[in-house]
Design a protein around this ligand. Structure first.
Ligand code: SF4
Ligand code: SF4
Length: 521
């Protein structure tokens, strides 16, 4: 993924194989290697690996507030995604008198999924498969274009952690203040602040769990029932579970979820290539790093100094505690906050911004060789992902646009496959299910074709029309019936005659068909 020798970095207790640039060599060249260990700096592995501890305690991260382009993007995404999540259940959608009016609803008792004008039945679970393929391909495409953009901006873990960190910062202060406060003894003020923080975290977590259950029932009614303790027990259980998981994951575990628990960083690392845009420290420009004073001294002696002044601002703002100057890192969620921090530093000292930037490994190499940078967004993999997205999206859109409002499923009896009647006739039994996806009740005439003299009997049908049994199906419902087909024809042993079951709606409209067989002796 990145040129340079592989090295092992340990960052805030996280050890990961890093195919990063030869940072230590660069530092050694400049005789500027920092003295003594630092929580924020990469550390070389011990010479004797046997003495390395297998467990490293977590070092708490105190991300510093930062402003800038990527922070603004993150705020926007946070407000939009959380706004959608919390308020979507209250959006209404008129589907007619016999259907729920909630725009997005997972109706488990009614076995329906409603999404605005789309209504999915259990028989149409293939739409879910299509959605999962679309989601996976979109994630792959995002990764091929701009690395872990999902992790940095859209992942629920990132969004809620960002919100929890913001609450913490309001109450406990920014990085420096919070660090100092955590070193002080537990005074009444400190306890009060901590209690207040956990109270607001729990409130957000509770609201998060509460919003989740609103997707499974009529939201205004459920809110009323929850408040008056008349909601089903399962609703309270799920709210409790989601309150706990949100509080634990976003309040306590934070970056550990991304670093240790989530499989996506590993998958993403295997899927990326050297043309993908990733948050990159342009070490070709930044190294050898030196403070302003040291840089001036180096220049005086005719020695080079890079643009990085080793201020560690990029590390202090990082929500996962990564020093991006050490090269690509599984702990980096690519949120771009270090870009904002470094840009502010560069602007202050009058140097060009984007010492840290979205860039590609290829461009770093090119710049080192004096070649111009270039970006190749159209590549085999991006084209492939885009084509799959277009194909699956197109098929799903066409299928939804031409979706039938009625249908029939047929299952032949498994045992017995046929029955010989006393008069010598043969009978086969079937279970049929007629689907009425309209919001009006419908009667359907059932026809069976394929056997010249077939006698069709439907147990429990509502009369007969033109010799065909009539079956009533309520609005937005399906009905299962038992059908017996009898023939006096002499069939060869082991015969299997194709049959077509057709239901014709009484109020007009296209007939629906299903195929099966009539089995001989
Ligand atoms: S913020 Fe920029 S200048 Fe400061 S340490 Fe990071 S990369 Fe170097
Ligand atoms: S290194 Fe930069 S981009 Fe990566 S997680 Fe930290 S702040 Fe975000």
């Amino acid at each position: 993924m990145c040129p340079g020798c592989p090295s092992v970095l340990a960052i805030d207790g996280v050890t990961a194989v890093q195919p990063g640039p030869p940072l230590v060599d660069l530092l050694a060249d400049a005789q500027l290697a920092p003295q003594g260990p630092s929580a924020a700096e990469p550390q070389l592995p011990d010479d004797n690996p046997e003495e390395e501890p297998l467990y490293a305690a977590r070092k708490k991260i105190y991300p510093q507030h930062v402003t800038g382009t990527f922070r603004r993007v993150k705020w926007t995404v946070l407000f939009v995604t959380l706004g959608i999540y919390y308020f979507l259940p209250f959006v209404r959608w008129d589907r007619g008198p016999n259907a729920p009016s909630q725009a997005v609803l997972i109706d488990i008792p009614g076995r329906r999924f409603y999404f605005f004008f789309i209504e999915i039945w259990p028989q149409e679970v293939y739409y879910l498969t299509g959605l999962l393929i679309l989601a996976a391909m979109t994630l792959f495409l995002m990764n091929a274009l701009a690395g872990r953009v999902w992790c940095g901006y859209l992942c629920p873990q990132t969004v809620w952690t960002d919100l929890f960190i913001t609450i913490e910062r309001w109450i406990e202060g920014d990085r420096r203040e919070h660090l100092l406060r955590d070193r002080q003894p537990w005074t009444f003020e400190r306890i009060a602040r901590s209690a207040s923080k956990h109270f607001w975290w729990l409130m957000i977590a509770w609201w998060t769990g509460g919003a989740w259950v609103l997707y499974f029932a009529d939201a205004p009614t459920l809110v009323k029932n929850l408040a008056t303790f008349q909601a089903p027990l399962v609703a309270y259980v799920f709210i409790g579970m989601l309150t706990f998981t949100t509080y634990a994951l976003a309040g306590w575990m934070r970056e550990q979820v991304c670093v240790y628990m989530c499989p996506w960083p590993r998958i993403q690392a295997a899927l990326t290539d050297e043309y993908a845009l990733n948050v990159t420290y342009r070490f070709d420009r930044g190294e050898p790093r030196a403070s302003l004073k040291k840089a001036a001294a180096l220049h005086e002696h005719g020695r080079p100094a890079g643009d990085c002044i080793d201020c560690l601002q990029c590390v202090h703002v990082c929500p996962t505690g990564v020093d991006i100057r050490g090269g690509p890192n599984l702990g980096c969620i690519q949120c771009g906050l270090c870009i904002d921090a470094c840009d502010a530093v560069m602007a202050k000292i009058g140097r060009p911004t984007r010492l840290i930037a979205y860039d590609t490994d290829v461009n770093i190499k090119n710049r080192q060789e004096g070649k111009p940078a270039f970006y190749r967004l159209v590549r085999m993999r991006t084209v492939l992902y885009a084509v799959i997205i277009a194909l699956v999206g197109g098929v799903m859109t066409y299928s939804l646009a031409t979706r039938r409002v009625d249908g029939i499923d047929v299952i032949h009896d498994r045992n017995p496959l046929f029955v010989r009647l006393s008069d010598g006739a043969l009978r086969n039994g079937y279970a049929i299910r007629i689907l009425n996806k309209t919001l009006d009740a419908q009667s359907y005439a059932l026809k069976v074709s394929g056997l010249a003299d077939a006698e069709v009997q439907v147990i429990g049908s509502e009369g007969n029309s033109g010799g065909n049994p009539v079956i009533y199906v309520g609005p937005d419902q399906s009905r299962e019936m038992r059908v017996l087909v009898t023939t006096h024809l002499k069939l060869e042993p082991g015969a299997s005659v194709p049959l077509t079951f057709t239901v014709v709606p009484s109020k007009g409209g296209a007939a629906a068909n299903a195929a099966d067989h009539f089995l001989g002796p």
